[in-house]
Design a protein around this ligand. Structure first.
Ligand code: NI
Ligand code: MN
Length: 225
């Protein structure tokens, strides 16, 4: 049974036995973060897109720990150019790793990297991670899309991480609809209250979701699924 830990914003880790994955390791510049990058020890780093609040400390963690970076082809190659070991993938593709399986999904968002996000690093993605017999969906930054219905039909999602902060991603009502389409057993809201521009109330989200357990995590909290 994998253990999932929330580090703040959109950063989570998944631990199963000797394997530890971190998704979107935005830590040192993250006002919500429960840990600094130099305390992170992982085998794999998954990055949804190039924006600094997701790419974060990926390179420094990868170089220090030797973790393999899993990202879309363009973003993975950028990571390789900065000295990281990579496994490039792309939307619709899945791969069996030693810890389990990863499949890349679409996400409706931007895909720029750098201080002004001007270097295009391919389309943003979401991740379906199957590990320890559980399927976890991290949507990345995205607006609501109807293919979430297909993702829900084709995968038995145990836990979904979805943004609720609005402005750059889904807000509460669209995220509630996303839960209806994806049909996860559990859902953890992300990507809110890091800054005022993405203020949102996870309790309002929880009160509106039907047919899934909403788990509100504070930075540093972990759950076993
Ligand atoms: Ni973004
Ligand atoms: Mn973001």
């Amino acid at each position: 049974m994998p253990e999932v830990k929330f580090y703040g914003h959109a950063c989570v880790s998944i631990t199963e036995g000797k394997y530890k994955l971190i998704i979107d390791p935005f830590l040192n510049d993250n006002p919500q973060a429960s840990a600094k990058a130099d305390s992170i020890d992982v085998n794999y780093i998954l990055i949804t897109h190039g924006h600094s609040d997701h790419f974060g400390d990926a390179i420094s963690i990868a170089k220090r720990t030797g973790a393999l970076i899993i990202a879309n082809f363009e973003l993975a190659n950028l990571c390789a150019s900065q000295g990281a070991d990579i496994h490039p993938m792309h939307i619709g593709g899945a791969h069996n790793f030693d810890f389990g399986r990863v499949k890349l999904t679409i996400a409706h968002h931007g895909g720029g990297y750098g201080p002004d996000a001007s270097r295009y690093t391919g389309p943003p993605v979401g991740f379906l991670v199957t590990i320890g017999g559980k399927t976890i969906y991290h949507s990345g930054d995205t607006g609501l899309f109807y293919d979430m219905k297909l993702i829900g039909e084709m995968n038995n999602i145990d836990l979904a991480f979805l943004p609720i902060g609005d402005n750059f991603t889904m807000g509460i009502d669209d995220a509630v609809k996303a839960v209806e389409l994806l049909k996860p057993k559990k859902v953890v809201p992300l990507h809110y209250d890091t800054w005022d521009i993405i203020h949102s109330d996870p309790k309002e989200f929880a009160s509106k979701v039907k047919d899934a357990e909403v788990i509100i995590l504070k930075p540093g909290d972990s759950i076993t699924i």
